[in-house]
Design a protein around this ligand. Structure first.
Ligand code: SF4
Ligand code: SF4
Length: 91
């Protein structure tokens, strides 16, 4: 049974200045800039496929404005939906 990391990634889009560094450095190409603007008039970061994010933290480290928050959740790669040992995963 291999352990995997699941992530919950969140963005404080009002802080985003649209520099695009996170988009450039995501190794999985999961990030993009929005077509809409935040209240500061900036395009802001969006994630294309949250389920594919492995919480590597690169985007978090690249962002100069603390827009990105990542919480890592350890989980079994094959046991999330059929945990039979009484240790069901929290959502
Ligand atoms: S944590 Fe890693 S995989 Fe997830 S969006 Fe950021 S750079 Fe991409
Ligand atoms: S690195 Fe930070 S400020 Fe720049 S686009 Fe990404 S989230 Fe926005």
């Amino acid at each position: 049974m291999s352990k995997t990391k699941k992530s919950r990634i969140q963005f404080n889009i009002e802080r985003c200045k649209g520099c695009g560094l996170c988009v450039l450095y995501c190794p999985k190409g999961l990030l993009r800039m929005s077509e809409e603007l935040n209240s500061q008039g900036n395009s802001y970061v969006e994630i294309i496929d949250p389920a594919a994010c492995n919480a590597c933290g690169i985007c978090f480290r690249m962002c100069p404005d603390i827009v990105i928050e990542i919480s890592e959740q350890a989980g079994e790669s094959d046991g999330e939906e059929n945990a039979s040992d009484g240790q069901s995963a929290r959502k």
